[in-house]
Design a protein around this ligand. Structure first.
Ligand code: 4AD
Ligand code: MG
Length: 472
């Protein structure tokens, strides 16, 4: 059968998605993809072909009088990659609207059914995590990664339409933005024989940057520097945290979106965060109906309803103090403390969102002692103008704050928490020259994707996950 003969026009409708959008019935064409399943009867074989452009497969009929049954049985197994040509025929009496009646095919790459790990059945997400290099071939991950792509685009669109400037902040940095010590250190010093001073200190002057360097945990500090000239900026890039715990919500490498706005106070920033999240939900509902229907059916029966509800609901805003009172009066037996001053744990966040409010909650004005050094101190002297957005099923999805723009207050706070001021000189400079009120927040892309896709583990919404003891 060989190559398609010359009379085949260059492909206009190349992908399976294109065929479904506008089926070129009775036309001869070539389609390329991978075998999802194959069934062979006496006279014909049926192949379901997929190419990742849609969750739908193309039914291909291979008549055995044209293409030998032996060759088909030998070559066309789940996972094999091929080009197939023939005529597209309407099939009004079948579940699928049309099928490709094949004249021939070219096998690009076989997939040995004895060893190929994916089969027709649905595999568990745990199993697929062990073969992350192959999971883009499943409908689940095609749906998730297409939504991830579409949401990333919508994030840019949202900010670009509103005059925010996209800035690229560095990945290598000298400072710990969150002051939480979850840093990956980057060095060219030989680990077998680290050069040291006589007093035992590492001789960093021999290191690449002549000072300690780390992978960034957040682009915020540099984002603030750019916002102090450009007014409204956003970052969108990878961030790194040496997070030692195994949870379904933490990655060592994740993507964060961080808008930073000069002249915004806390209330304006919470409004922006809420509007932004609803925009992304609307975008996903509008553009990914097929994917959402699949994920709802397969994984999370309430997914579609939850997205619809959330895009309409006004997020409940509670001060931290109010939230603590609600938790104390809840009658629940929480594992962690609900004393004023303790940090909200996942169990508290989920109670507030899922039982108390039954919609997203924004908690603001947290105790100063449990939040980062850069947050603006409130009049009461014991809380800071911070906020977290809490979502059903997930908990914290956004963390943000109004920044401390007053030099003396900031310096004092940095000294209190024991930061190495040398690494933050530029950050302090912002408060020496033209310092103005400003605010911002960070959205964790993978946390948002859990909400949008119904997945329950952040390892399943990023193509290749990095967690404490795993690199997929
Ligand atoms: O609350 P976080 O730590 O805030 C910041 O980093 C600020 N500098 C943001 C800012 O104000 N510009 O992180 C922000 C969000 C969290 O709400 C969460 O969604 C996500 O980032 N996140 C993680 N996602 C996955 N894995 C981790 N280890 C994460 N840590 C934080
Ligand atoms: Mg946080």
């Amino acid at each position: 059968m060989g190559k398609p003969p010359g009379l085949y026009a260059p492909l206009v409708r190349e992908t399976i998605a294109d065929l479904y959008r506008n089926p070129p019935l009775e036309e001869r064409l070539t389609v390329k993809g991978w075998v999802r399943t194959r069934r062979t009867t006496r006279k014909v074989s049926f192949v379901e072909l997929q190419d990742g452009s849609t969750l739908k497969a193309l039914q291909v009929v291979l008549p055995h009088e044209g293409i030998s049954a032996e060759r088909i049985e030998k070559e066309l197994h789940t996972g094999a990659g091929l080009a197939v040509w023939g005529t597209l025929k309407a099939t009004p009496d079948r579940p699928q609207p049309f099928e490709l009646v094949a004249e021939g095919y070219e096998l690009y790459g076989p997939a040995d059914p004895e060893t190929y790990p994916l089969q027709k059945k649905a595999h568990s997400l745990e199993f697929l995590r062990e073969i992350a290099h192959l999971r883009a071939r499943t409908r689940t991950f095609q749906a998730v990664f297409r939504i991830r792509s579409g949401v990333s685009f919508a994030i840019h669109q949202y900010f670009q339409e509103r005059g925010f400037v996209y800035v690229h902040t560095p990945i290598l940095t000298p400072s710990d933005c969150e002051g939480a010590g979850q840093l990956f250190q980057v060095t060219t010093l030989p680990l077998q024989n680290v050069p040291k001073h006589p007093d035992g200190r590492v001789a960093y002057e021999e290191d690449f940057f002549k000072r300690p360097a780390y992978l960034t945990v957040s682009g915020q500090l540099e984002g603030e520097m750019l916002a102090m000239g450009l007014s409204k900026i956003y970052t969108f890039g990878p961030t790194f945290r040496a997070e030692p715990s195994h949870t379904p919500r933490h990655l060592a490498e994740f993507w964060m979106i961080e808008p930073e706005m000069a002249f915004y106070d806390l209330a304006m920033t919470m409004d922006l965060a809420e509007d932004f999240l609803k925009y992304l939900i609307r975008h996903t509902l509008r553009h990914f109906a097929e994917e959402l229907a699949f994920l709802t059916e397969r994984y999370e029966p309430s997914l579609l309803a939850e997205l619809e509800n959330t895009k309409e609901s006004a997020f409940l805003r509670l001060s931290y103090t109010e939230a603590i009172e609600i938790l104390q009066k809840s009658g629940k037996n929480f594992q962690f403390s609900t004393e004023w001053g303790s940090d909200l744990q996942a169990e508290h966040e989920r109670y507030l969102v899922e039982e108390y409010a039954q919609r997203p909650v924004i908690v603001y004005n947290y105790p100063k002692a449990i939040k980062a050094f850069y947050m603006r101190e409130n009049e009461d002297g014991r809380t800071v103008a911070a906020f977290d957005v809490l979502f059903p099923r997930i908990g914290e999805i956004i963390g943000g704050s109004q920044r401390e723009e007053r030099y003396d207050k900031l310096l004092q706070r940095m000294q209190e928490v024991g930061l190495d001021l040398f690494a933050y000189e530029h950050y302090l400079d912002l408060r020496r020259y033209g310092s103005v009120p400003h605010s911002g927040f960070g959205l964790g892309l993978e946390r948002l994707l859990l909400f949008l896709t119904g997945m329950t583990n952040v390892r399943d919404v990023i193509p290749f996950f990095r967690t404490t003891d795993q690199m997929a």
